[in-house]
Design a binder for this molecule. Structure first.
Ligand SMILES: [Zn+2]
Ligand SMILES: [Zn+2]
Ligand SMILES: [Zn+2]
Ligand SMILES: [Zn+2]
Ligand SMILES: [Zn+2]
Ligand SMILES: [Zn+2]
Ligand SMILES: [Zn+2]
Length: 307
């Protein structure tokens, strides 16, 4: 009975020992599900995550740099056959403002054969090619020489004018684009006819040189001649006025200036009163007797009466 007790105790101890051994053998697996600290990675720099297990053990997980996430943006000039272009891109990651510009090579033409052009008057033959992308053309595979123009057909004849010589005019019989000119003789020169409008005493005249063949005309002014006056004088008498007349012998213009009549100058003679200038005798009538208050002539002692 006592043995059984001891045995039981031993078995219990054994069990406890075994279970403690199995507990020790059944190792604790860390579960890092507690986030302690996190530093997020950017496009160019790495970050980390510090995590902790229930048991208190911590661990640092490194986080890789994200790298830029490039995406196209618009408005970049595309490359053409002959010119380079660009590609503009923007990083789409949060908090990143990076842009990048990439040069793109010119694409180069893409030639396609169009036709074979035969030699012409001015150019040898060639193969014509056209770019499928930009419509530019180029000449390749040249052959043969330019043929030269042919002037063996009829010609137009242009008559001479006042200023230009007569000429023969040919067009190329093959291409019609080129011409040959041969001059004949000399220009005619103007056939001048002179027309004169003579000047007057007061107005200018004109000499006009007009070509009877073309509309050439030239003019020259002739100055006014001015009047050509001759002076005639008729003397005044005691009873009639005289005059001084200036007469233009060219145009007949007349300028008349009158000279006042002289009036009689009487002196007393034995025959009565006589005029000293014309000798006329004044008849003795009551009305002709000198009035008493006649002013005295200063130059003479005689009494002069003037009517
Ligand atoms: Zn743990
Ligand atoms: Zn970025
Ligand atoms: Zn092209
Ligand atoms: Zn030609
Ligand atoms: Zn003329
Ligand atoms: Zn005149
Ligand atoms: Zn008189």
């Amino acid at each position: 009975m006592r043995n059984i007790k001891i045995c039981c105790i031993l078995m219990l101890l054994c069990f406890l020992l075994l279970s403690s051994v199995s507990f020790a053998a059944k190792a604790h697996t860390h579960k890092y599900d507690i986030l302690v600290k996190r530093e997020a990675p950017t496009c160019t720099t790495g970050g980390f995550e510090d995590v902790k297990c229930e048991c208190g053990k911590t661990k640092r997980n490194k986080l890789k740099a994200l790298g830029h996430k490039w995406e196209f943006t618009c408005n970049a000039p595309s490359p053409t056959c002959e010119k380079i272009g660009y590609k503009y891109e923007k990083c789409m990651n949060l908090n990143c403002k990076e842009y990048r510009k990439t040069k793109l090579k010119a694409t180069g033409h893409e030639w396609k054969y169009i036709e074979t052009v035969l030699p012409s008057c001015e150019k040898g033959g060639y193969k014509l090619e056209k770019c499928l992308k930009c419509d530019k053309t180029r000449e390749t595979g040249k052959f043969g020489k330019a043929l030269g123009h042919i002037f063996d057909g009829d010609f137009y004849y242009y008559s001479a004018t006042c200023n230009s010589r007569a000429r023969k005019f040919w067009s190329c019989t093959r291409c019609q684009n080129a011409s040959k000119i041969e001059y004949v003789g000399e220009a005619l020169g103007h056939n001048i006819e002179v027309q004169t409008i003579p000047p007057s005493c007061t107005k200018m005249g004109t000499i006009a040189y007009c070509c009877t063949r073309c509309n050439f005309m030239d003019r020259k002014a002739i100055p006014a001649t001015g009047h050509n006056f001759t002076t005639f004088t008729s003397d005044p008498t005691c009873t009639t006025a005289g005059s001084e007349t200036k007469l233009c012998t060219t145009c007949g213009q007349k300028i008349v200036k009158s000279i006042p009549k002289l009036n009689h100058t009487y002196i007393s003679t034995k025959n009565g009163y006589a005029c000293t200038k014309c000798g006329v005798i004044k008849p003795q009538t009551a009305s002709t007797i000198a009035p008493k208050n006649v002013p005295l002539n200063k130059d003479s002692n005689k009494l002069n009466y003037t009517y």
